[in-house]
Write a new protein. Structure first.
Length: 132
């Protein structure tokens, strides 16, 4: 395994991300190493949310997006919340992160989105995960 580390990193983010399914499957099968991998990474995100909570107050809002958050949200977000000390109003975006970039680009350019576009963006979010 240690001989393969440079090969793994040479494969880039996409190659590394391709192992996510293996880690989540292993976790579901009670694999200790997979559990440690998830705990270590969820603790980091939980720490980031705790920092946001300290700055923004107890009622933060956060949108989880990307493959891990959408494909494994039941496991991943609950795991992250187990390391969170603040009440978080969370949503899981079903759309690619590029939607957020679209919103920011509109705002930066001084434009407002049409009500139909805003409605579409809101409908593409899955709400319901609201407590740490």
């Amino acid at each position: 395994v240690w001989d393969s580390i440079s090969e793994i990193y040479d494969g880039g983010k996409s190659f590394i991300a391709s192992f996510a399914e293996t880690v989540f499957r292993g976790f579901e099968r009670k694999d200790k190493i997979c559990g440690e991998i998830l705990d270590r990474n969820a603790a980091y995100i939980g720490e980031c949310l705790n920092t946001a909570g300290k700055i923004l107050g107890n009622k933060c809002k956060v949108v989880f997006s990307g493959g891990i958050n959408t494909n494994y949200s039941d496991i991943w977000i609950n795991k992250v919340f187990s390391f969170c000390d603040y009440e978080i109003d969370a949503a899981v975006a079903k759309t690619p992160p590029v939607y957020g970039a679209l919103c920011e680009a509109f705002s930066d350019a001084g434009h407002r989105m049409s009500p139909d576009t805003v409605r579409k963006l809101k409908s593409d979010l899955t709400y319901g995960l609201s407590e740490c």
